[in-house]
Design a binder for this molecule. Structure first.
Ligand code: ATP
Length: 454
């Protein structure tokens, strides 16, 4: 007997889901619950390692859950994995096409693997090729496909057995902006015209913003916010004042000073802007100058590589320093390493390695070794902060006045609407205040309580 879900409006129901990887004892998903409505595009948005792929893998029955319950298309994933599998399509982050086969052969192989009746095979392959606009490339070996074509073929493969739900894990990872837009259009089309519910994971804000009816922000395996993009933004603030501060030298002192801005009536939150954007531009320009195949690498690809690279690098900071300079932009990257890691490097680096480093980095590490806490500022001592407030026009005078009273110079100030990035930075911790400050704890508690009340 199959189990039919309680609420037929929901095509996915996740309750108190926990996933612990025995290897390393990692709690990748920690008691999360959410529902996806039939016909929705639902995005799981979170940084690398947040737990997005794990959630998709559990829902697609590729991983066993540790605790809790998940229902997909009316079937409990733990009890009826075969039924779930037959009703879903999955496209994973890692490419899985056989380059030695043509596009069509890749699809044929899949239909045979999944024992699709021969009669419907040919017709369905035609249909899905049509859906992803690859009919004219069906006889080309997939090793000769572009990144976007490969992704489209993988989506086509996920659609072969008429799924009601399509899981897309980072569907546009590493693609250039134009190709990404094309994939977005396809995803929207599949959702609207084929009535396929889509659950996708992404760490691109603009992707979630553009595609998703609702966005679930995940960090450290927990849901920290869930709503429509508009609502997430408007709940944060009406306006954001983006301020560039200059000639500041002591980050710790500055941090305390800047927190005072939150005392201004109507100012909701002050966060440090993501300066890795500057870094991305530096690397991109450098790659452009180098020319060749790397010249057109997208900013998202660079960001992705940076995140992964940085996470790897931080596992062995001294090795990272030894390898500095081997990839474009790696010296600049050093600027963005958190103080704690720099301290780890300073305390452990051997003198002969230190000598090999550029003067600036060497000097900084020597200072840290002596116990000096450096500023967390960019080279030209500019710190960009974002001030979320109810009315930028009303708060601006007080903001400027208070900053002046603090003796800090303002380089520029702009008013803009909040973006999903502001929401994300606010919830996931790229903020000036500490992650575990009472206020953040309070907000998280509030979100939890509100969810409990629903
Ligand atoms: P990304 O965007 O990098 O894919 P993600 O949000 O999808 O990240 P997951 O891949 O789900 O995150 O990983 C969540 C956590 O579980 C991470 O800490 C990761 O290191 C860990 N993890 C993932 N797979 C395994 C595994 N097979 N064994 C042990 N730990 C794992």
């Amino acid at each position: 007997m199959t189990e039919i879900k309680s609420n037929s409006e929901n095509i996915i129901e996740v309750n108190d889901l926990v996933k612990i990887y025995k290897q390393g004892n990692v709690k990748a998903v920690d008691k999360i619950f959410f529902n996806v409505k039939k016909g929705e595009i639902f995005a799981l948005l979170g940084p690398n390692g947040a737990g997005k792929t794990t959630i998709i893998s559990v829902l697609a029955t590729l991983l066993f859950l540790t605790e809790g319950k998940a229902i997909v298309n009316g079937y409990d994933v733990a009890k009826y994995p075969d039924k779930v599998r037959k009703s879903i399509g999955v496209v994973f982050q890692e490419p899985s096409l056989d380059g030695e086969l043509t596009g069509r052969e890749n699809l044929e192989f899949h239909t045979i693997l999944y024992s699709m009746a021969k009669k419907i095979r040919t017709e369905r392959i035609e249909e899905v090729l049509e859906l992803v606009d690859l009919k004219d490339k069906q006889k080309t070996y997939t090793k000769n496909y572009s990144g976007g074509m490969k992704r489209r073929l993988e989506i086509a493969r996920g659609l072969l057995h008429y799924p009601n739900v399509l899981f897309l894990d980072e569907p546009t990872l590493g693609l250039d902006p134009q190709t990404r837009r094309k994939i977005w259009e396809k995803i929207k089309e599949l959702n609207k015209e084929q009535q396929i519910t889509i659950l996708l994971t992404t760490h691109y804000m603009e992707e979630a913003d553009e595609l998703a009816d609702r966005i679930c922000i995940i960090d450290h395996g927990k849901i920290i916010a869930l709503d429509t993009a508009e609502s997430l933004k408007s709940k944060l603030a009406k306006d954001v004042l983006a301020v560039e501060l200059e000639n500041v030298s002591n980050f710790n002192e500055l941090k305390i000073k800047i927190e005072q801005l939150e005392n201004i009536e109507q100012v909701k939150v002050v966060s440090e802007s993501d300066q890795s954007q500057d870094m991305v531009e530096i690397i991109q320009n450098r790659l452009k100058k180098m020319g060749g195949p790397m010249a057109n690498v997208s900013p998202e690809m660079i960001r992705q590589k940076m995140r992964k690279g940085m996470a790897e690098a931080m596992k062995d900071p001294v090795k990272f320093v030894k390898n500095l300079g081997k990839m474009p932009g790696s010296f600049e990257m050093f600027k963005y390493i958190p103080y704690e890691s720099k301290k780890g490097i300073a305390d452990n680096i051997e003198d002969n390695v230190l000598e090999l480093l550029p003067e600036e980095i060497k000097a900084e590490l020597i200072q840290i070794k002596k116990g000096v806490i450096p500023s967390k500022l960019s080279q030209d001592n500019i710190l960009k902060i974002n001030i979320a407030c109810e009315s930028g026009a009303k708060s601006i005078t007080q903001v400027v006045q208070l900053i002046n009273e603090m003796g800090i110079d303002i380089k520029s100030i702009n008013m803009r609407s909040p973006t999903l990035e502001d929401v994300f930075l606010f919830y996931t911790g790229a903020k000036i205040r500490d992650e575990d400050s009472n206020r953040v704890k309070g907000i998280k508690e509030f979100i939890k309580m509100r969810k409990l009340r629903k």
